[in-house]
Design a protein around this ligand. Sequence first.
Ligand code: AP5
Length: 217
Amino acid sequence: MTDVVIFLGPPGCGKGTQADVISDKTGLVKLSTGDMLRSAVKSGSDLGKKLKSVMDAGELVSDEIIVAIIKERLNQSDCSKGVILDGFPRTLPQAEALGEMLSDSSDYIIKSAIKFDIADEILVGRIAGRFSCSNCGAGYHDHFKKPVKEGVCDNCGSREFTRRSDDNEATVKSRLQAFYDSTEPLYQYYHAQGLLAIIDADRPIDEVTAKILGIVK
Ligand code: AP5
């Protein structure tokens, strides 16, 4: 059986940061719908342009597009090591589509849906300080996760960094609203299936990692 671990939580709670670390430590493959969509935007395609306007408004991309992206990705052979879903599902129809995808395959089983529990006030500070390496995508924070050598990526040595266009105050408000409207109900959905685990995401990064490892290992 191949494990599927779902990371659930509001923007800035630390899903992407932990998905990278947990993937390194366990071999589970990180599938981030946000990263996949940002690659499509970068390609400059017509679809990419439409996605950018939705993401910059802090709204959710359609379930149809997201489910098709995940379905295709889960069929790739590297996913047989097990996967971390970072940012998917984000709506009830997405969760139901995931359930159907997995029931069609005898290989995958949802091991846990992990809720990153954190107060809204903290999220804004995390998102405002976030930046990443333009070359390899490694994530940093102005206060909580600085590169070891200022201005140089720890991972690849690049000196170019970037900030996300949706990391501004107005968009963060819309993203939080989208979270409460569409994603928060998934806590109850997975709780009812006995799959929800809750972690305190307002702890230092390595403490959060240790808690998650205790759940996924
Ligand atoms: P996505 O990229 O998934 O963004 P998000 O859910 O808003 O989450 P973030 O990436 O903002 O936060 P995170 O929880 O990963 O936090 P991070 O680890 O970076 O989605 C972007 C957009 O794409 C959406 O708005 C939507 O339009 C679209 N989309 C994506 N998936 C979709 C779907 N399924 N359906 C529909 N639309 C979809 O941490 C934040 C900062 O805090 C970092 O700087 C980090 O260094 C720091 N930090 C992390 N942990 C800690 C800690 N413990 N202590 C201190 N600092 C910390």
